[in-house]
Structure formats: C-alpha cells, structure tokens
Design a protein around this ligand. Structure first.
Ligand code: SAM
Length: 240
C-alpha cells in the first residue's frame, strides 16, 4: 500500500488504516474478477495502486472534501470498474455517488464491490449516458459529473453536462492532450451550457506523465435535444 499512501500524502490526503484496508480488499477483488471478466488492462499491484486508486483520488485537487462529505451528489459516467468514483467514496463516505456504466459485466462487478466494501449511498446504474441524461431524476440533478478515459472532449461533455445542475461542475480527467482537447470542444461546451473554468495539472508520485483535471462550470440549462440518441455524440460530436 506504500505507493498509494505516500502518493496520497503528496496530494494532502491522509489515508487511515481503515481506508487502506478497503483499498486492499478492492485490489484483491479487482484482480480476482479480472481473471474471469476482462475489467481492466492494469492489474499489477503498483499499476492499480497508482494508475487507478491514486489517479482517482487526484480529483480531490479540485473537489472540496467538505462539500462531498456534506452529501454532494456526484455521478461517475463510464466508471468501468469504479474509477474515479469508488476511491473517492472510500475517502469521502458522505458523498452521494451514482456509478453509471453501459457494460453489464462491469455493472455486476460494481454491485459486488460496493456490497463487499460495505459502501452506503452508492447507486449503480446500467445504462448509457445518452439515456440517463433525459431522465427527470437525473437530468440537471448532480453537483458534479466526473469521467476518466471515456470519450473525446466534445462527446464527453454531451454525456456529462446534461446531468449537472446549473451551478454544478464537470470534472474530466485527461492526459497530455488536455489543452488541445478543450480547445477543440469549445462549441460543444457552450452549446450544452458549460464554461471552461480551469485546467489543473497534476503530478502523481510514481507516474512520469502529467495528468490534467479539466473543470467546466454549468452556467446555463442544456437544450432539451441534448444528449442526442445513443451513439450520436460519438459519431457526430458537436464541432465548430
Ligand atoms: N472510467 C474507468 C476508468 O478510468 O478506469 C473506465 C474507462 S473505460 C476505458 C470506458 C468505460 O466507459 C467503459 O466501461 C464503457 O462501457 C463506458 N462507457 C462508454 N460510453 C458510455 C456511455 N455512453 N454511457 C455509459 N458508459 C459508457
């Protein structure tokens, strides 16, 4: 657990024994399930601790822990095996977390791991973002919508911005191309009611490359026609 503990400390996050025990269990279950269902390409211990757990926790450079702990509503879109949502939930148990995932086998793992870790106030939803974005209990309901490694920026904002309330934020975890991606998504962001707030570079202990947190404010309602039907945001992203 040392790479995670030390890396988190550099992000000003102190992981307790209880946190570390939950991360250890998460790691064991992920590796075991991965032998049967291909959930993630990263399975070596250091890789999981740094590239999955620590990278997820780096969202706390932007998200305020106090706000999460006070019951903020957060949705992680295309969460896969639970990243970044579940590591954040382990550290901030007060947040109300929704995990959205389109692939059935990943949903089964998510339900299993949420129960195994005893996490409360976590909803796992098997659906596409294009569908959930039109449902009254979810459209413009979230304080934060998060995503990592799900789609290019113009497509991603069509998944995320419809779910965020006015005054809430989108947080996208991106790699070295973050600035270019944001630049190319200008029209999509404005069309969907967003405004780019900041790009925060993040250096993680044990990772050579710089990661970026792209923060977008939701400043206006998303027009009713968005998100378009499943597949369209990917096939025809909103471009200049
Ligand atoms: N966020 C996780 C991570 O960083 O490890 C998983 C990344 S994985 C490359 C992308 C995931 O997004 C897949 O599990 C896929 O099923 C899901 N996904 C892609 N498009 C989606 C959509 N429109 N709605 C819901 N889930 C979606």
């Amino acid at each position: 657990m040392e790479p995670l503990f030390l890396g988190a400390r550099e992000l000003n996050i102190v992981l307790t024994r209880q946190h570390l025990a939950l991360f250890e269990k998460f790691y064991q279950e992920l590796v075991e399930w991965n032998q049967r269902f291909n959930l993630t390409a990263i399975t070596d211990r250091e890789g999981v601790l740094v590239r999955h757990f620590l990278d997820s926790l780096s969202c706390l450079r932007v998200l305020r822990r106090g706000e999460l702990e006070a019951g903020a509503r957060v949705i992680d879109v295309g969460t896969g095996a639970g990243f970044p949502g579940l590591p954040l939930k382990i550290v901030c148990p007060g947040m109300r977390l929704t995990l959205l995932e389109a692939t059935q086998k990943k949903v089964r793992f998510l339900e299993h791991i949420v129960a195994t870790l005893g996490l409360k106030e976590v909803r796992v939803i098997h659906k596409r973002a294009e569908e959930l974005g039109h449902e009254p209990g979810h459209r413009e309901q979230y304080d934060y919508a998060l995503a990592r490694a799900v789609a290019g920026m113009p497509t991603l904002v069509e998944y995320l911005l419809p779910l965020v309330r006015i005054g809430g934020k989108v947080l996208a975890q991106k790699g070295e191309e973050a600035a270019a991606e944001v630049h190319g998504a200008g029209k999509a962001i404005v069309t969907l009611g967003g405004e780019v707030r900041q790009l925060v570079p993040v250096e993680l202990r044990g990772l050579a490359e710089t990661r970026y947190l792209v923060v977008i404010d939701k400043v206006a309602a998303t027009p009713d026609k968005y998100p378009r039907r499943p597949g369209m945001p990917g096939k025809r992203p909103i471009m200049e």
